[in-house]
Structures are given as C-alpha cells and as structure tokens.
Design a protein around this ligand. Structure first.
Ligand code: HEM
Ligand code: HEM
Length: 172
C-alpha cells in the first residue's frame, strides 16, 4: 500500500491531457468517415496544439519534483516497465501533436485555435519529404498511441482491482 499522492498540479495535468488525447484520437479517426457531414479537423488541430502546450508545461512541472515512491510489493522489473511506459507516453504526448503540426504546416488551411487566433505555421513545403514523414508518423503513431493508452489503463486497473496497492488512488 502507498499513501503518497502525485501533487495536485501533476494530477490535474494528467487528467486534462488524458481527456484531450482521448477526444482527439476519436476526432482523428472520425474525421474521414464524417467528412461529408461535419468538419472535425479544425477542432482536432486546436485540441492537439493545446495538448502540445500542456505537455511541455507538464514535463517542466514533472522535472521540478520527485514522484512518489513505488510500493515495496512491486518488483524491480515492474517499476522499470512502468517508468519506461510512462516515458514512451510522454514521448507520444509531444510527438503526436508535433508531427500533426509539421504536416499541417504544409497544407493550405490556417492553424486556427478555435477561431480565436491563428497559430504560427512551421516552414514546411507542400509535398516535401519532411511533410510526408510527419504524415506517416502521425498515422502510425495514432494507432500505436491507442495501444499504449489501452495498456496503461489495463495496468492501472490491474493495480486497483487485482493488486490493490493504491497506485490508482495516488493519481486521483
Ligand atoms: C494529441 C494530439 C493528437 C493525436 C492523439 C492525434 C491523433 C490522430 C489520429 C488517430 C488521426 C487519424 C489517423 C488516420 O486514421 O489516418 C489523426 C489524423 C490527423 N491529424 Fe492528428 N492527432 C493529434 C494532434 C494533431 C495536430 C496538432 C494536428 C495539426 C495541427 C493534427 C492534424 C491531423 C490531420 C491533418 C489528420 C488527417 C490526416 C489524414 O487524413 O491523412 N493532429 N490524428
Ligand atoms: C491518453 C490517456 C493517458 C495518458 C497519455 C497518460 C499518461 C500518463 C503518464 C505519462 C503517467 C506518468 C506520470 C509521471 O510519473 O509523471 C501516468 C500515470 C498514471 N496514469 Fe495515466 N495517462 C492516461 C490515461 C489514464 C487513465 C484513463 C488512467 C486510469 C484508468 C490512468 C492512470 C494513471 C495512474 C494510476 C498513474 C500513476 C502511475 C504510477 O504511479 O506510476 N491514466 N499517466
């Protein structure tokens, strides 16, 4: 059992970013089938750029404190696997919006943040290899991220319902 919690800032950022990412995966996947009905891309881009900004803040916040220690019941392999998966999730929280930003910078549409203001575009030329690679990364990355998040949620539920070691509670 562990009583120590992640601090309030870390918990708030975790759940806000998690919600935005889940919504954005849904918008990304629904964009194609619903294209004739509704334009989901502007919201997808604005939410994704918000995830990028919040993730940079979150990483800075994370570096400023020490995470609560794992319970002694977890083996060295389990703690290493948890840290590795969390590191990969952080990587995707940056790489997904960044690849989207690069690919969309090569497109003709402005990058509007919910119609309030335009975000800058990166200097990427249409049909350039960089835009193509970013597009591929974004598509493949989207599916990998779904698998990673599912694994993460299953691990959290295993800790809560099977191991009953308080890991989920420290993020609530
Ligand atoms: C949390 C961040 C993001 C996530 C999780 C995410 C996820 C996804 C997913 C799952 C797809 C569908 C992939 C497919 O089936 O082809 C997609 C498509 C797309 N995303 Fe993102 N995205 C994010 C951020 C962004 C950002 C910041 C932009 C642009 C500024 C962007 C632009 C696009 C575009 C243009 C497509 C359509 C690509 C196509 O139809 O070929 N995304 N995204
Ligand atoms: C898109 C969705 C999500 C992302 C990107 C994400 C990402 C992360 C990351 C990066 C950490 C590491 C925190 C740190 O030590 O700095 C973390 C921790 C955690 N997450 Fe998530 N998360 C997501 C959704 C969820 C969901 C839905 C649950 C619950 C079912 C959950 C439960 C937890 C728990 C319990 C921890 C603490 C684990 C520990 O103490 O080692 N997460 N999450």
């Amino acid at each position: 059992m562990t009583d120590t919690k992640y601090n309030a800032g870390a918990r708030a950022l975790h759940w806000l970013i998690a919600l935005l990412i889940v919504v954005n995966i849904a918008l990304g996947l629904l964009h194609d089938p619903l294209e004739e009905v509704v334009s989901l891309m502007p919201a997808h881009k604005a939410i994704g750029m918000s995830v990028l900004a919040l993730s940079v803040v979150r990483l800075g916040w994370r570096m400023a404190w020490t995470a609560p220690a794992y319970p002694a019941s977890m083996t060295a392999l389990e703690t290493r696997a948890a840290k590795l998966l969390h590191g990969v999730l952080y990587l995707f929280m940056i790489a997904m919006p960044l690849s989207g930003w690069i690919m969309s910078s090569a497109g003709k549409y402005p990058l509007s943040w919910f119609g309030l203001f335009d975000l800058p575009k990166l200097p990427v030329v249409k049909d350039s290899p960089i835009a193509g690679i970013a597009h591929e990364m974004h598509e493949v990355g989207g599916y990998l991220l779904i698998a990673l998040v599912l694994g993460h949620v299953l691990a959290a539920l295993r800790h809560h319902f099977v191991l009953k070691d308080g890991i989920l509670r420290r993020m609530l």
